[in-house]
Write a protein that binds this ligand. Structure first.
Ligand code: UD1
Ligand code: CA
Length: 464
């Protein structure tokens, strides 16, 4: 039988206190909804239905095409949400997985084994549960017999509706379930809002199914999959676990980290084996790092490419490309559209934006390069600035191959410096410099002999 997934993501997440939909909050580079979609992928779903409500447009915008988006308005509880979710599926004659958008620690492997166990048992429903030393806040799993986790599942009771004895139960509901779709659709209509919050609880379906004589199973997964995100504290906790898993995967694959607890890698990042990541480094978004690169300490790279054997330290990269063997930092800021080709250097206190620095060219110190094209084997002297903005428009600077830009050159764009050309230090270059020429713009130096002595005498006289 095919698998379909219903993801519950309509809740506001009042306890987050941000005013934003809970599923839009981010942990390790993915929103909580994206984590749910990622987990859902593990069971190869024929259909996915995402229930949206609070900030519906933003949440819906994160859903890939092919996913059904259904709106729950008003939000009357997880049972009501599931019923709305089922309306987004074309067929209910399927195995239906229900996944809340606030349990990102559930692993794809656990969801696969939940589905496998459900299929093997023939039960009407199978619940993913965890044993928590402190079960506070979660729904408790009720079992027949003496209530020990050996008996059959008979229901779930929410903490606020539980008796003191039920509260002592440590097996809790993760809110991840697998159902026989037709039986779920039938039972969900029988859920009432007769509870402390006057909400329609999905958890009540379990008691309804067992009361009708159906059997319900449970699969206990490891404790570290059981933390849900309801507060900022839990979001931070969950993000740390996700980062730990991401780092463990890279360490296993041959990436060196001197202190993994100080390395922050988003889920969408790729790091090749044989690289070294030093502390306080943030590799974010779709960043990739090539083999042999050394990144850190203190690098923030977002949506950037760091190629093989490059060395980047104490720098910020945003949508930048760092070529093979390129050297960046300390204290460089590479903004969107920066391309450093092979063997280049962007040294200390250098800002580059929307510019290509050609093979083996160097911008070693204290410069701003924007909207520029620099050829190969050129050197841009210390404190050079491309004056690219006239207050209205941005203009281009072109620098050829084998050029020597003198220190403290102002290149007033639009301007072109030809191949093999020079500019004199301190020049304000407003006109093109032809191939092989020296462009120099400054008055001749004159020395006033004996100035210091004359100056001292004049000063002493005035002081009398
Ligand atoms: C739920 C379970 C609880 C379980 C816990 C695990 C119920 C009644 N309780 O409690 O047994 O231990 O999860 O984390 O199901 N949602 C909607 N529409 C709504 C209400 C909620 O889409 O009307 C979504 C939320 O966005 C969220 C998920 O359902 O993604 C769970 O809702 P939440 O309010 O966090 O449930 P809990 O109180 O944590
Ligand atoms: Ca929750």
């Amino acid at each position: 039988m095919s698998n379909s997934v219903v993801i519950l993501a309509a809740g506001k997440g009042t306890r987050m206190r941000t005013g934003h939909a809970k599923s839009l909050h981010v942990a390790a580079g993915r929103t909580l909804l994206e984590w749910a979609l990622h987990i859902a992928d593990a069971v190869d779903p024929a259909e996915i239905s995402v229930v949206v409500g609070h900030e519906a447009d933003q949440v819906a915008a994160m859903c890939p095409s092919g996913v059904a988006v259904v709106t729950q308005e008003p939000q009357l509880g997880t049972g009501h949400a599931t019923s709305v979710g089922l309306s987004g599926l074309k067929s209910l004659d399927a195995t239906v997985v229900v996944l809340p958008a606030d349990m990102p620690l559930v692993t794809p492997a656990s969801l696969r084994s939940l589905v496998a166990s459900h299929a093997a048992s023939g039960d009407a429903a199978t619940i993913m549960t965890v044993e928590l030393p402190d079960p506070t806040g979660y729904g408790r799993i009720l079992r027949t017999g003496n209530g020990a986790s050996g008996g059959n599942v008979s229901g779930i009771v929410e903490e606020r509706d539980a008796t003191p004895q039920q509260r002592a139960i440590t097996e809790v509901n993760t809110s991840v379930y697998v159902f026989d779709g037709l039986l779920l659709a039938d039972a969900i209509d029988k859920v009432t809002d007769d509870n402390d919050q006057s909400e329609y609880y999905l958890t009540d379906v379990i008691g309804i199914l067992t009361a009708e004589g159906h059997s319900v199973g449970a699969v206990i997964v490891s404790e570290d999959e059981g933390t849900g995100v309801n507060t900022q504290g839990q979001l931070a906790e969950v993000a740390a676990v996700l980062r730990g898993r991401i780092n463990a995967g890279f360490l296993e694959a041959g990436v060196a980290m001197t202190d993994p607890s100080r390395v922050y890698i988003d889920a969408g990042v790729s790091v090749s084996p044989g690289t070294t990541i030093l502390p306080d480094t943030y590799l974010l978004g779709s960043t990739t790092v090539g083999e042999g690169a050394i990144v850190g300490p203190s690098v923030e790279a977002r949506d950037s490419t760091i190629s093989a054997n490059a060395h980047v330290r104490y720098s910020v990269l945003d949508n930048a490309v760092v070529g093979e063997r390129a050297v960046v930092g300390p204290y460089s800021y590479l903004r969107p559209g920066t391309v450093l080709e092979e063997g280049t250097k962007a040294g200390a206190y250098v800002e580059i934006k929307a510019s290509v620095i050609g093979r083996n060219s160097k911008v070693p110190h204290l410069s701003y390069i924007g909207d520029a094209e620099v050829g190969e084997d050129s050197n841009v002297g210390a404190a050079t600035v491309t004056v690219n903005y006239d207050g209205y428009n941005k203009h281009k600077t072109k620098i050829g191959d084998r050029v020597r830009i003198g220190s403290d050159t102002m290149l007033v764009a639009p301007v072109t410096i030809g191949d093999d050309a020079y500019t004199g230090a301190g020049s304000v270059i407003t006109q093109d410099v032809p191939d092989g020429a020296l462009g120099v713009e400054r008055s001749d130096q004159r020395n006033i002999e004996g100035y210091a002595e004359k100056h001292r005498k004049r000063a002493e006289k005035e002081a009398e």
